[in-house]
Design a protein around this ligand. Sequence first.
Ligand code: C5P
Length: 248
Amino acid sequence: MSVPSRPIRTAAVIPAAGRGVRLGPGTPKALRTLGGTPMLVHAVRAMAASRAVSLIVVVAPPDGATEVDHLLNEYPLADRTDLVVVPGGQTRQESVRLGLAALPDDIDVVLVHDAARPLVPVDTVDAVIAAVRDGAPAVVPALPLADTVKQVAPQPQGAPEPVVGTPERALLRAVQTPQGFSLETLRKAHDTVVEGEGATDDAGLVERLGAPVVVVPGHEEAFKVTRPLDLVLAEAVLARRRATDGYV
Ligand code: C5P
């Protein structure tokens, strides 16, 4: 990243427009509570915990921006962080693109963070930002895998799936968020890569541009709340933090 003569400005985009069907029926996932506080509020606070982040853009469900705006107003942030809510789209990629469109041009570094990862520690957020500021155009936090991974030939539901390969586990990483980018790089990736080309994260779009992406250590508490068991784990982590760290 070319270093501007003014202070570097960092923003975070939080896509929160998903319905979270894998968690079961009910409220949109980001608005489900953890320890009595909406998951989205935890995610917003996790970004605001970094002193580098001066602006947060929350991408709400397409028809829910006003409701999300009212909700977030009940949980004010410290003065150093501005908050904007915009309506999202039908896919995560579209929601992130709409969030990027809301960023002012004086932003240099952008984080993209899933609302569904409410408990990422601030040290992980700061490590991602630092790596982008040090010149990497795209940075992802990631962890080694505990499970061995098989590639299969998918079959109709319930039928045994033939294994076609076993990638070497030591070379694989499970990728988390926040992912960090120079704003220029991520805007170019979203403008260039067409929806439906199979990228399931923002770094994947940057890879398709041919730009370098690097991995920094992730954190096990940055897990994504996807299935009902993840909610049990998240509640336990939150209860421990509240008991030991004065976390709210
Ligand atoms: O569905 P998944 O868990 O991969 O979603 C990751 C994040 O993307 C979630 O925070 C979800 O709210 C968000 N998302 C979005 N717009 C969509 C679909 C998902 O902002 N249309």
